[in-house]
Design a protein around this ligand. Structure first.
Ligand code: ACO
Length: 335
């Protein structure tokens, strides 16, 4: 019997129409285009339009594009794996809402909350389900509406300028072709650093009600980030997990055709690129246009890289992520 693998058959993304430039942010906080570009590489990001976009509707739009490009009807999908940290409801997750929007009632859905590594975790789960033969076609989605989370005052400016909204999707299908497939995925986490990048509230382990005057007054529903610690861990873990995927498959960094890193911050990607001695054409960045879209950033970047002809059949493509948790993960793909 032939071994079953999974391969990416279609990619898609959706970003809201509303473009918010760095200059636009100066309405809410003391900041400047120069400060933001120098520290993060970001020029603009997208913010959702209330009443038009939801986390699930953006995921559905990205999924429709991915399915269309795969030449598949939504009815071909056996399972949805959906990564987000900004769901439309506290529960159930947005996977359920997107399933409903795509008319796929009855199939299984899995919600993943693994922050910036969420898409790679979701891809890994989809890959395992396909390799065991349980499912043939799995839709993997990353979608985020972060603009409604952000504290856009001076107090929150160190975080608010970084994040944006958007969604990306990939359709995975079973294949027996060993030359064009996901080679391996690698997942890691270290909960010792949970509070170095987190949103505390609303949380269950609170005195009395989980949302109260006291929790609101505390302001711990804002993102708290220890930027220095995140930076230091990110650069090390990115390199480790990229190298882990290469070593697992007998490759060297110079064999890579394209690295698609989570779009965290251009300084993080730039440092990794420099340390790994990768030329510009082997690293894809689009944080300039969309900011950091957390679980959506890799599928958006992968789709744009594909659209721009940066990925060709036979290419060795590495997806790598680092994020809150801390989590870090990679996927090595022979396209
Ligand atoms: N505009 C202007 N000034 C600002 C802004 C802003 N948006 N934000 C902070 N400042 C000011 C601060 O108030 C501070 O002023 P002070 O020196 O008078 O006190 C000064 O700039 C430096 O502030 P820091 O917080 O030390 O800013 P830093 O230089 O560290 O840059 C940044 C912040 C970009 C977030 C940095 O910590 C960093 O690169 N962190 C890496 C982590 C990261 O990028 N995380 C985002 C992604 S998380 C993920 O996806 C894994």
């Amino acid at each position: 019997m032939n071994t079953v693998y999974s391969s990416i058959k279609g990619l898609g993304f959706y970003v809201p129409d509303n473009i918010v430039t760095n200059d636009d942010l100066t309405q809410y906080m003391d900041t400047s285009d120069a400060w933001i570009q120098e520290r993060t590489g970001i020029k603009q990001r997208r913010y959702f339009t209330y009443g038009k976009d939801t986390n699930a509707s953006m995921g559905a739009a990205a999924s429709r594009m991915a399915l269309d490009r795969a030449g598949l009807e939504p009815s071909a999908v056996d399972l949805i794996v959906y990564a987000t940290i900004t769901p439309d409801y506290y529960f159930p997750g947005s996977a359920f809402l997107m399933q409903r929007e795509l008319g796929l009632e009855g199939i299984g859905v899995i919600d993943i909350r693994n922050q910036c590594s969420g898409f790679v975790y979701a891809l890994s789960i989809a890959d395992q389900f396909i390799k065991t033969g349980m499912y043939k076609t799995v839709l993997v989605v990353g979608s985020e509406i972060q603009s409604s989370f952000l504290n856009k005052s001076n107090e929150g400016r160190g975080v608010a300028v970084i994040f944006g909204d958007g969604a990306g999707a990939a359709v995975l299908q079973a294949t027996t072709d060993p030359e064009h497939r996901i080679l391996s995925t690698h997942l890691h986490a270290d909960g010792r650093y949970a509070e170095d990048l987190y949103v505390r509230d609303p949380g269950s382990s609170r005195e009395g009600q989980w949302i109260s005057e006291a929790t609101l007054a505390d302001g711990q529903y804002n993102v708290t980030m220890n930027g220095n610690t995140v930076f230091k861990h990110a650069v090390v873990r990115f390199m480790e997990v990229i190298n882990e995927s290469l070593t697992a498959n007998g490759y060297q960094p110079e064999d890579l055709s394209l690295l698609v890193p989570h779009q965290a911050n251009i300084r993080i990607s730039g440092y990794v690129q420099q340390q790994m001695n990768l030329p510009d054409e082997k690293v894809f960045n689009n944080i300039q246009q969309y900011g950091n879209t957390t679980a959506a950033s890799i599928p958006i970047a992968l789709t744009e890289a594909f659209e721009q002809g940066r990925i060709k059949p036979g290419d060795l493509v590495c997806l790598a992520a680092f994020g809150s948790g801390f989590t870090w993960a990679s996927a090595l793909i022979k396209w």
